[in-house]
Every structure is written in C-alpha cells, then in structure tokens.
Design a protein around this ligand. Structure first.
Ligand SMILES: *Cc1c(COP(=O)(O)O)cnc(C)c1O
Length: 377
C-alpha cells in the first residue's frame, strides 16, 4: 500500500494549502497528484474548511433515516449537475462502495448478474468492485471473486459487442482509464457501449471516480463524448478529502434498486464538505480551467522534447509514458525537485494536480521532468 517515497525515505506531511503540501520541517512540495485526485480545489480550500468547521459545531452525525439540511443541499446539488436523468443519488464513503452499489443496483434493476468490464480497468478493492478490476496483483490473493465477470479489450467495439448479451446486468467502464495507464476511450467507443447496452437492456455504468468533477475538462468525462450512462459513480475529490462516494442513477435503476444501506451515508459534516467543494468547482468554472491548463501542460511537455514514449490524457489527467520504471523517477521528482506525482502502472507517470493550478506550476513541473529525465535520451 505504501508508495515509493514512503518506504525508503518517509516524508511526513503536516500541512496543506492550495497545490502545496508541507512536511514536518516545512519543506514545500507541489502536489501534482492531488493526493490521488482527492483535492480538485486544492488542499484546505478556505470555503471547504469553513463549511466543515461550521457543520461540525452544529451536528457531527445523525442517522440517515432523518432529514438533514446539509445532506439535502448536497442531494439537490448532485441532482442538478448529474448528466441527463442520472439524478437519483446514493451516498456512501468511498469509491469502491460507490461501485459496489452500482453493481448491486444494476443486478436488481435488470434481474441479471453478468458484468462486463475492461482489461486494465480499476474499480476498487472490495469484493464486488474488485471482481470488475483487471490486475491480477489486486485479485489473485482473494479469488474466487464474482463468477460472472467478462473482461474485454478497452476501446475495442467488436470485443464489447461479443461480450454484451441479454444476460448482462452492467457494462462498467472508466471514460479514461486512470490506474491502468491513463488511456482515454477512443472516439466512438463510449457511444458504442451506450448502443450495445440499450439493445441488451443492460445498465451502462461509468466509473468517474477519477475522471469526474471537472478533471478531464468537462464536469463529467462522459459529457465530452456526448454519452449519458445509466449509473455514474464519483468519489475521490468529492468532499476534498473527507471520505465520500456517490452513485448517481437513472430513474429505471433507482426504481428497482432494492434495499441497500450504510450507517455513515451522507453524514452532515462530509455532506457540507462536498457541497462546498462542488460549489467552488461550479462557481469558479474549474472544468474549463482544467481543459485550458491541461492543454497547456500537454503542449509544454511536447515542446520540451523529453525523452519519453508518449504524452496522453484529457484535461488535467495526463499520462507520460517513460522509458524506465516510473517509481524511480517519481522519487527523484519528490526528493530533488519537491514535485509529487503518481504512477499509473510500471512505466507511466500520472499528473493530476488540483484543477486550480496555474501555468507557473506547470512550468515548474515540466522543468523538473526535463531535468530528471535529462540523462535518458
Ligand atoms: C480510486 C478509484 C476507485 C476506488 O476508490 P476508493 O475510494 O479507493 O475505494 C475506483 N475507481 C476508480 C476509477 C478509481 O480511480
């Protein structure tokens, strides 16, 4: 679980502000991984902090069977920003739980059990979500998992057409694969998935836990493809680091969702944090900003003529495929340049900063990369 830096030279992070983190010696790090996409509006955004402090003083928790203003405001906000009619909201505490709910709801609404998922896909580590996750490293120690899962080549419409049939409950896809190497869906692929699931009566589930909330340049990544799923899952940055996930469902899924529950679902404090986070994302039009800064980042990476195999991604979800192991490079970036980023597989460096970063931050990261990769030509 612990990452590269932490195993050899622990960095103890004690404070955060905007795109920056500070360790116990007040050394500054530029967080270009957004701590796993969890800080879309930056660390400790004042509006989020204030909302949390106010709500904490008012009410920390009340069981979900009672109404609550903070939770109601969040329901309303999520329904308003959901794509199409995907405005029925189930709240939980993490990404994997949001996907767990998606799989359960798709099963109960369709009466089927087969799940179609993609190779290289990542959906979480609890038993259901793990069953739809590709990597054997994550799966093998815990097998057997759900029996009825078929994996297809991501981006291959024919493969998908062969897999989806009238026994299929759900097709589960990331619009851009994150952990699997930053792989954007090829043009037309998500549309094809929409048509195939419509024909089969299956649920189309988009896992937007990494791609959502403006990261790819639109509020939801599926918007730029013009495709509305039946279920959309979000988590990671939803509450700026307090634990929260959400499963957004179309009416036909919600009507037959069956019984599902969680004690902490939509607690007041985390709801207030999420509502404040979404309010900043919408009011500051951070999706547009991510599109613009992301384009600049990719331009600058190309212009720097780095000795890399590929630069790809959408908005501020960018993968740089390098010629050597990404972990050593990440360590060098952190310790020599104060730049934190993430891996996406063995040879891909993943850049997914807070959506609020500026061009000067991008310049600093590209310079650091050029320096760290200097000897690789
Ligand atoms: C991180 C992630 C998950 C799992 O979220 P957790 O909160 O860690 O359970 C699921 N799907 C995608 C695409 C992710 O990036």
């Amino acid at each position: 679980m612990s990452g590269f830096v932490f195993s050899e030279k622990p960095i103890s992070i004690e404070r955060g502000e905007g795109p920056y983190l500070y360790d116990d010696a007040s050394t500054e790090y530029l967080d270009f991984g957004a701590s796993y996409a969890v800080t879309p509006v930056g660390h400790c955004h004042p509006e989020v902090v204030e909302a949390v402090q106010e709500q904490a003083a008012e009410l920390l928790y009340v069981q979900a069977s009672y109404g609550n203003g903070a939770r109601d405001a969040l329901y309303e906000r999520l329904a308003a920003i959901a794509p199409g009619d995907v405005g029925n909201v189930w709240l939980c505490n993490s990404g994997t739980e949001a996907n767990e709910a998606a799989l359960k709801f798709a099963r109960s609404a369709t009466g089927n059990s087969k799940i179609v998922a993609a190779k290289q896909g990542f959906h979480g580590r609890t038993m259901g979500a793990l069953s739809a996750t590709w990597k054997s490293k994550h799966r093998e120690p815990f097998e057997p998992l759900l029996a009825d899962v078929e994996f297809v080549d991501y981006g291959d419409e024919d493969d998908l057409a062969d897999a989806v049939d009238d026994e299929t409950a759900a097709v589960v896809l990331e619009p851009v694969q994150g952990e699997g190497g930053v792989n954007p869906a090829p043009e037309g692929y998500l549309q094809a998935a929409r048509e195939l699931t419509d024909e089969a009566g299956a649920a189309l589930v988009f896992d937007e836990i990494q791609t959502g909330l403006g990261r790819t340049g639109t509020l939801w990544a599926c918007e730029s493809a013009g495709v509305v799923p039946d279920v959309l899952t979000t988590a990671k940055g939803l509450a700026s680091g307090l634990p929260m996930g959400a499963t957004l469902c179309a009416d036909w899924i919600a009507e037959d969702a069956g019984s599902h529950g969680s004690t902490f679902s939509g607690g007041p404090v985390v709801s207030a944090a999420a509502e404040a986070t979404l309010s900043v994302i919408v009011e500051e039009d951070l999706p547009a900003r991510a599109a613009e800064t992301g384009a600049y980042l990719r331009e600058e990476l190309h212009a720097a003529d780095l000795p890399v195999r590929d630069v790809r991604g959408e908005g501020l979800l960018v993968g740089v495929e390098v010629k050597r192991g990404a972990n050593r490079l990440l360590k060098e970036l952190a310790l020599d340049h104060g730049v934190l980023a993430l891996p996406a597989g063995r040879t891909v460096l993943r850049l997914l900063p807070p959506l609020t970063v500026e061009r000067s931050h991008v310049d600093r990261v590209v310079d650091a990369l050029a320096d760290a990769l200097g000897g690789d030509g």
